[in-house]
Structure formats: structure tokens, C-alpha cells
Design a protein around this ligand. Structure first.
Ligand code: SF4
Ligand code: SF4
Length: 259
């Protein structure tokens, strides 16, 4: 798809067929389809940590401002973990704040689920990098893209939509969610642990202040190369944050407290 050939998610019409990377389908989305931008209204998009970084940088605002203006907090089903969804406009169609008549205003930085649509993805394993998830169609009656003739494999669609880099950067976050979901329901997190999960996942600017302006570096034994990397690069900081949360929630990983 091109910048003006917009697509977006609406996850209510899930087709139960399980797909893998080699599965094929016929689909195309472009400005001439009658349903153009229909999928960007009345939707529920859970944002990932990398979605927030891309979008707040695109808009040149802080992660805190982005979260306040554009998101709504939710607890993710079966995990009790706090996530955010895109806050929709208060118009008749409950439009995405970024949709315009000629497509998506933030197309090159659009969220992961907008990139996947009309596919959805499910992760089954909590081992980071494990490839035992599957894909499915979010097959909604209003989406006329399935009537078009262009052939895809799931793998080609992923490449075309640029989801690989999103999935790679979000892998540790997805892993935490799947890991928590595998626990019995009565295993609850403390409010403080949920707050830390939320900050490290979504509020990257606040997390940076937390690491560099609190006693964090006095408490944890972090090597100087890592400190330099996380100070300069927010993707490194996000990956670091996910390793810390894994240690905090599950006591797993290589975080060491100073003696
Ligand atoms: S971010 Fe863009 S592609 Fe996604 S729902 Fe909004 S307008 Fe549509
Ligand atoms: S074809 Fe489907 S993905 Fe494209 S605009 Fe229409 S509803 Fe959205």
C-alpha cells in the first residue's frame, strides 16, 4: 500500500482459520475501494510500546503528552496488565484521530495492528523469539479488500507492511504478556509492579528520568556500555526496561542488585 492507501484495524470479525507464514490470501487496499478508511472508525487498537515511540516522535511530543492526548488505559484481559488503546474521536463514527478523507495522517508511523490488518497475530509462547504463534483473518463484512485480485502470502504481507521491525522491538513486551497470561488467574501483581510495567512499556521519557534521575543506577549493577546505550537510544532503553520488568515481575534474567 502507498501512503494514501490506508488500512486500519477493526478486530470484531475474527475468522477462526489459523494461518502460518506460508498461507496465501487475495487482498488489496487502495483509495478506490468503496470502503476506504471504513476500518479506521469504531475500532479498538491496543498500542504497543514501539507504536508509542514512533507516534510521539512523529508528533514531536513527549510520551507522557502522547499518552494523555491520544490514549485510554485498559487492563488486558486474562493478564491484569495495564495497556493503552487509541482514544477515538467523539464523532458519530468514532473515528481514529489520525484518519482523514485521503487516508492515514501518520501512515509511515502507523501502529502495528494497522499494519497487520486484515490479519491478526496470536503469540502462544512466552519464550522470546519463539516462532510458534499463528495468524488469522480479521474478516469484516465492510472490508472489500478481499474482492481484489492481488495475491499474498502472510510472510510477504508482513514484509510489505513493515511489521517485522515492530515485532522484533516489541518481542520482549509480548513475551511478558504471554508469560503473565500463562499464570493461574489468582496470581495477582501489586499495584506498584503494574505501575512499573506501564511506565517501562509506554512512558519511555518518564522511564528515562526514572533510570537517570532516581537512585536506580545506585541500586542496580549496570555496566557502563549499557548505561551509555540506554542514555542515547530509546529503543535500547525500551529493551532494557523490558529486561528489568521481567526481573521485577518474574525474577528472571540477569539483573543484579549492587552489594
Ligand atoms: S492510525 Fe492510521 S491506519 Fe491506523 S486506524 Fe488510525 S488512521 Fe487508520
Ligand atoms: S479495503 Fe479493508 S483495509 Fe482497505 S480501507 Fe477498506 S476496510 Fe479498510
Amino acid at each position: 500500500m502507498t501512503q494514501s492507501e490506508n488500512s486500519g484495524p477493526d478486530t470484531t470479525g475474527i475468522d477462526p482459520v489459523q494461518l502460518n507464514k506460508k498461507s496465501t490470501f487475495t487482498f488489496e487496499c487502495h483509495k478506490r475501494v468503496k470502503c476506504f478508511t471504513r476500518c479506521c472508525r469504531g475500532i479498538n487498537i491496543v498500542l504497543t510500546p514501539y507504536d508509542i515511540i514512533r507516534l510521539k516522535n512523529r508528533m514531536q511530543i513527549s510520551s507522557n503528552e502522547f499518552l494523555t492526548i491520544y490514549t485510554k488505559p485498559e487492563l488486558l484481559e486474562k493478564t491484569d496488565l495495564p495497556v493503552v488503546t487509541l482514544k477515538l474521536l467523539d464523532d458519530e463514527q468514532e473515528s481514529c484521530p489520525f484518519v482523514r478523507d485521503d487516508g492515514c495522517l501518520v501512515y509511515t508511523d502507523r501502529p502495528s495492528s494497522c499494519r497487520y490488518y486484515p490479519l491478526g497475530v496470536a503469540s502462544l509462547s512466552h519464550k522470546e523469539g519463539a516462532d510458534d504463534g499463528f495468524y488469522f483473518f480479521v474478516h469484516e463484512p465492510h472490508c472489500l479488500g478481499f474482492d481484489e485480485k492481488k495475491q499474498w502470502t502472510v510472510e510477504k504481507w508482513r514484509q510489505d507492511q513493515g511489521v517485522d521491525i515492530h515485532d522484533d522491538i516489541n518481542a520482549a513486551w509480548t513475551d511478558l504478556i504471554v508469560h503473565k497470561r500463562s499464570f493461574p488467574k489468582n496470581v495477582m501483581l501489586t499495584e506498584e509492579a503494574k505501575k512499573m510495567f506501564f511506565m517501562a512499556s509506554y512512558n519511555i521519557d518518564k522511564f528515562k528520568d526514572f533510570v537517570f534521575k532516581s537512585t536506580f543506577l545506585e541500586r542496580y549493577d549496570i555496566d557502563s556500555a549499557t548505561i551509555e546505550a540506554i542514555e542515547q537510544d530509546e529503543i535500547e532503553l525500551l529493551r532494557f526496561g523490558m529486561r528489568w520488568i521481567k526481573f521485577l515481575l518474574f525474577k528472571e534474567g540477569e539483573f543484579k542488585l549492587k552489594q
